[in-house]
Write a protein that binds this ligand. Sequence first.
Ligand code: GLY
Length: 357
Amino acid sequence: MSVGHIEVGTDRSYGVHVDRAVLEAVDGGDLRARGVFVLADEKAWALHGAGLKGLGTAPRLELTGGEGAKTLTRLGEVLDALALSGLSRASTLITFGGGSIVDLGGLAASLFKRGIDVLHCPTTLLAQVDASVGGKTAINLTLGKNLAGTIHQPRGVFADPDVLQTLPPEELASGLGEVLKTAILGGEEQLARLEAAGADLARCQHEATAALVADCVRTKARIVAEDPWERGPRRALNLGHTFAHAIEHCAGYGSVPHGIAVAVGLSLALEASAAAGILEDSGLPERARRLQRILGLPSSLADLRGEHDLGPEGLRAGLAQDKKGAVGRPEFVLVRKPGEMALGVELEDELLQSILA
Ligand code: GLY
């Protein structure tokens, strides 16, 4: 499997570069000539900022990453910083950090002077396999997660798998939830590759990590190219996410990491797929559970309930916030078999009750 360059074929196609020391390829000279600004996660910058060799002295704003960065206040601060740095419409914003920095920076880039270029340098597994590819940007509102955002494709993505070695275990686990989701979307061969190398990925072994990150990017690139505006097939990327958002909403945003909620959301989606008579591959739930064990992920609500208040009523209220379906009527992505999903499924009340019990 070749690691390296994956093209995302949207109307303005761009490359995702996955490789060791790839940050050195971000061209400081050319970017500086047109104006450049770096939005960085402060911890990631302290550990790995030196890798962006040409941009160490470029104007930069460092923030604490995490959901707390995705607010209107922080968005205003970033936009003000871009204006104060004298950037023009030809300039570029570079994000350096995890999913929250990608989401916030992407949104700021899409708004500043009606849109400037953005390059992403994702430093978490979740951002490398999901957030940095496909152009989604967002902040949270009082009523829910990611309720304000745009789609603004980056000019390029530079992902060095080696920077993941310094991730705290819960950050790594969060990304592993999205890797498992993407492997189920990718199909039988990708799922088998994750089964073969999942244990090495969980230890951040270089070759396995680079290959599996590239594998996920390839699957996401294919889906995004088919449907950049999420009018149809891209909704498959929300596999496990309706349940996951309900878990995050019910537990309080930021208390269950997104990818951990996705891991449990996947189990619930598989259970719902079986109960609704959609699942054709009856062995898939057991394969998913085995992978969850290998990757150190939870696989059921019971695994989270020891530490979080996740009662059925609270989860139902969280489901009602789903922004994909009509108000109060959540929609689910269900699974037929690896690589084949059923989109926009509404579930019977009774079935939902038994799954959330
Ligand atoms: N994270 C889901 C998507 O990019 O569509």
